[in-house]
Ligand binder design. Structure first.
Ligand SMILES: [Zn+2]
Length: 422
């Protein structure tokens, strides 16, 4: 791996200076040997982004995504690490499964893959998975989630929080009351769902589970992370819980920051996602919450699906959309360009906070001599029309196709290695 000399870039705090990279770390430029030059004049150098919520589909659905393609999409989006959700085939619910996934990633990944274990065996909701063994395995699992499904049983959730606390694990909940938003629910419950004749998914199906879970986090002293918060009511509960000192963090997806319920009016299943796209009042609430820190981080919920799983009537198609390649673009558009966040705030929400979630020693770190060389070079003013066919992902369910958005990522460097360069 050749040394790198990156010239002309600025950091998020406005300071500038050439950056040296050697043996996977930032070093003083005087210590470089025969470096490869990267001209970064006019670009921002930010710590590599970290995704708190990624579906890689391998093992099990390699036709939709593999670790190699998903992490290449991540690299193109400026990410140097992703948390790989457990709803794989087989489910990541044992130490062996976690180590197998970590081993696959070590051979094929273009970003660090942080393995997420399931909370319950087979995502079945009725028996805890081997969380302790997974945490002590070579995969070093720190986060557990049945994402895709809600841990609906209160006692199961209490036990999971209590158990994970013993090794500083975090339980990441897909907050969806399975009765209020039943299996068919696929559109935000509103005037639009009524008009379209689609089963409604009310905001309260999210907020009631969050309310229960923050109470259980307080009761157990465990650590709770709320996946993809999408409602004003959910935000209110989290704000209340944080004010009381509950150990809770939360994420919002790029699509819930940017896209609304009206996108589904054409019944285009690209826009079917769980939780569903919401109305303007909710979009405003999650933007404000990300700005003020009530929502700690951005998590993409990157969810690739093969065409045959999307090519169905709206209520039957699988939910989920891509996110890794356009997440930074969306956050720049709705948070930076509107003055809600500055670059330092963006770095916190997209790198430092998600790295803290699983106590990463190598990700979300500042750009400084001696630190791991995880870096994204950003052109803050470039724009482009998104083309789903130019994606690194194996899937094409890209909700930003055809939209004019920032096109910020010029290069991504993971552990000193160039994983993407425009
Ligand atoms: Zn989910």
């Amino acid at each position: 791996m050749r040394d790198l000399l990156i010239t002309g870039s600025r950091l998020a705090d406005g300071s500038s200076g050439d950056l040296g990279v050697s043996a996977g770390r930032f070093v003083d430029v005087a210590d470089l040997t025969d470096p490869e030059y990267i001209d970064a004049d006019g670009l921002l150098a930010l710590p590599g982004l970290v995704d708190s919520h990624t579906h890689l589909r391998e093992p099990g659905r390699e036709d939709a995504e593999t670790i190699a393609t998903g992490t290449l999409a991540a690299a193109r989006g400026g990410y140097t690490a992703v948390h790989a959700m457990a709803n794989l085939q087989p489910v990541t619910d044992t130490a062996e499964a976690a180590e197998y996934l970590a081993g696959l990633a070590a051979r094929t990944a273009n970003a660090q893959v942080i393995v997420v274990g399931s909370v319950t065996k087979g995502l079945g909701g009725s028996e805890l998975s081997e969380m302790g063994l997974m945490s002590r395995s070579a995969a070093g699992v720190r986060m557990f989630s049945d994402d895709g499904r809600c841990v609906a049983d209160s006692l199961m959730m209490r036990r999971a929080l209590t158990y994970a606390k013993t090794f500083d694990g975090v339980i990441a909940q897909h907050a969806q009351d399975p009765r209020l938003a039943g299996p068919g629910a696929c559109c935000h419950e509103s005037e639009i769902s009524g008009r379209l004749g689609l089963p409604g998914w009310p905001a309260q199906a999210e907020s009631t589970i969050i309310a229960r879970d923050v109470e259980l986090a307080q009761l157990s002293g465990g650590r709770l992370h709320v996946c993809h918060v999408s409602t004003a009511e959910g935000v209110d509960v989290i704000r209340w819980a944080k004010a009381r000192g509950v150990n809770v963090s939360a994420e919002v997806t790029p699509h819930h920051l940017y896209l609304g319920t009206r996108e589904v009016e054409g019944y285009d299943t690209t826009f079917k996602v769980n939780p569903p796209l919401r109305t303007d009042e909710h979009i405003e609430a999650v933007r404000a919450a990300l700005a003020d820190g009530t929502i700690d981080m951005v998590g993409t919920d990157h969810a690739p699906h093969a065409r045959q799983d999307k090519d169905h009537p709206f209520d039957v198609a699988l939910p989920g959309m891509l996110g890794l390649e356009q997440a930074l673009a969306v956050v720049i558009e709705v948070m930076l360009n509107t003055g809600r966040l500055d670059w330092g705030g963006l770095v916190d929400r997209m790198s430092a906070a998600p790295a803290r979630l699983t106590r990463s020693a190598t990700q979300g770190r500042p750009i400084a001599s001696g630190e791991p060389a995880n870096l994204v070079l950003v052109d803050p003013s470039a724009r482009a029309v998104v083309d789903r066919d130019s994606s690194a992902s194996k899937s094409r369910n890209n909700p930003y196709h055809g939209r004019d958005l920032p096109d910020p990522v010029v290069a991504t460097i993971w552990a000193g290695r160039i994983t993407h360069r425009r």
